[in-house]
Design a protein around this ligand. Sequence first.
Ligand code: BEZ
Length: 240
Amino acid sequence: MSETIVTPPVTGMPRLGDRAPGFTAKTTQGDISFPADYEGSWVILFSHPADFTPVCTSEFMTFASMQDEFATLNTKLVGLSVDGLYSHIAWLRTIREKITFRDMTDVEVTFPLIEDITMEIARKYGMIMPGEDSTKAVRAVFVIDPHGIIRTIIYYPLSLGRNFDELRRVVIALQTAEAFHVATPADWRPGDPVIVPQPGSCGAAKERMEGQEAGVTCVDWFFCTKEISADEIDAEIRST
Ligand code: BEZ
């Protein structure tokens, strides 16, 4: 019997490893040309469903409170919704003047928030999911590296606020993997052992299994780890 191969539909949505689709846009911080203006920095480009909504408000306050920490990771924040600029400005003013969430109060959002009333950018990035809502962007997160390459994509539905510890962990893990040429296992946190890549030859694998590679511990030929302290990681990827 012949096997049926199902080809997935081409959606045009960007994928991991793709160059971030380019656009120019008006934002609350002036016009931007993306990703060109961000060359040399990591970027978290994220969408939210609508201004003046509670989950989005809690997320913006949290993003704003973490902006300085993301800056130490050479990471800039850029928000987007399909609302217009005047709505964005009024909402951010309301957040600053009236909203307290957890211990955050008087929060000023100084990262750019893109107006996308035509939905052109949201469509380009696959932020509109008609099964969820055809007139709003879902909560999409694109982590883009300093060369403009998409390195992580996370989607959340309208009802679910993002986990900001996870967003921080993703940025740190991507940068750690790159700086130390390693991978990070399930639930990895800085200071936990990292995975070393499989060696290129059987001989090297055997030497590694026999404990001949300094600092590397193997539980099997394909599963070897080494220690990198949180301080070493900070020294490599963070600026103060
Ligand atoms: C909110 O941010 O609260 C929200 C936005 C759109 C739909 C549902 C909730």
